[in-house]
Ligand binder design. Structure first.
Ligand code: C5P
Length: 304
């Protein structure tokens, strides 16, 4: 069969239901124990043949992303080309639906989608295990964006094991006007810990038990993020967003990953609609998005 002319991949954002940050390792990364959930905010990534590598980006925040070889999506294509002996000359188009620099792994999602897209375009048939290995080398969250669902992440977040999860969880995400750089948030946490502030939180047992039984209220109580105090120190206005969400009926509220997106958990789909409307009306954030999870990872869209 000839290679397809273009492949489009849909890839979800993530929220960390639980994020416990260990100490800084010699390689500069922090050891993590985290529970990821993939949620229904998506980027769409199209990969098509081209004489030389090229990247276009559309959607909110597109102007903030690098268009050159430093973009993680192009690095993903190069990594797959090097592994399989292909020419990396492809045109990659990103359509952003995941907030940029929002703590929802949008850049990692694009890299995962580019891997899946180039794999399908070239017919390399590497298999999921090999793609996950390539993904893990590209960034801490890329492997999870490839697999989706609900997973426990260890190492720097790239070592994944599936988590038993039942039910569907309904989220409202409060998006900020300006992003936060992940390395700065980790550095702030290091400073706070050196000063004896921001101790590590509890282990993820409560979150794992809640998702096993599909209990949104128990999950809301068990949500936790060690990066949250650092994100709040860098962006104190996020406290108001968290409080507004709780006052508006969220059963759980936390900063998503390194922030500044705030994730609000609703008790039901109807409650999420009401929560989104109320939080949007308070003017505490740039905009809100509703989503549900868990959803599947990077998936080739049907053509045509
Ligand atoms: O792996 P990724 O490129 O997504 O990480 C971005 C940055 O976040 C790293 O350069 C590092 O500063 C920080 N980080 C960390 N420990 C982790 C994951 C990320 O310190 N486990």
């Amino acid at each position: 069969m000839p290679d397809p002319a273009a492949v489009t991949v849909r890839v979800p954002a993530k929220v960390n239901l639980h994020l416990r940050v260990g100490s800084r390792r010699p390689d500069g990364y922090h050891g993590l124990t985290t529970v990821f959930q993939a949620v229904s905010l998506y980027d769409e990534v199209t990969v098509e043949p081209a004489p030389s590598p090229r990247l276009d980006v559309h959607g909110e925040g597109a102007g903030q992303l690098p268009r050159d070889g430093t973009n993680l999506a192009l690095r993903a294509v190069h990594a797959l080309a090097a592994r399989t002996g292909r020419d990396a000359g492809v045109h990659v188009t990103l359509r952003k639906g995941i907030p940029v620099a929002g703590g929802m792994a949008g850049g990692s999602a694009d890299a995962a989608a580019a891997l899946v897209g180039a794999d399908a375009l070239w017919g390399t048939r590497l298999g999921t295990a090999e793609l996950v290995r390539l993904a893990a080398d590209l960034g801490s969250d890329v492997a999870f964006a490839l697999l989706g669902g609900t997973a426990l992440g260890t190492g720097r977040g790239e070592r994944l094991s599936p988590v038993l999860s039942t039910g569907r969880y309904h989220w409202v995400f409060a998006l900020a006007a300006e992003g936060l750089a992940t390395p700065q948030v980790y550095a702030e946490l290091d400073r706070m810990r050196a000063a004896g502030r921001a101790p590590a939180g509890p282990d993820p047992a409560g979150v794992l038990a809640a998702v096993r039984t599909g209990d949104a209220i128990a999950l809301g109580r068990a949500l936790g993020n060690d990066l949250q105090p650092a994100a709040l120190r860098l962006r104190p206005a996020l406290r108001r967003v968290l409080a507004a969400g709780r006052d508006a009926g969220a059963v759980g509220a936390l900063v998503s990953g390194s922030g500044p997106t705030v994730a609000l958990l609703a008790r039901s789909a109807d409650a999420a609609v009401a929560l989104a409307a109320e939080v949007a009306g308070l003017g505490v954030c740039r905009t809100v998005r509703q989503a549900h999870g868990p959803v599947e990872g990077a998936t080739v869209s049907p053509s045509g």
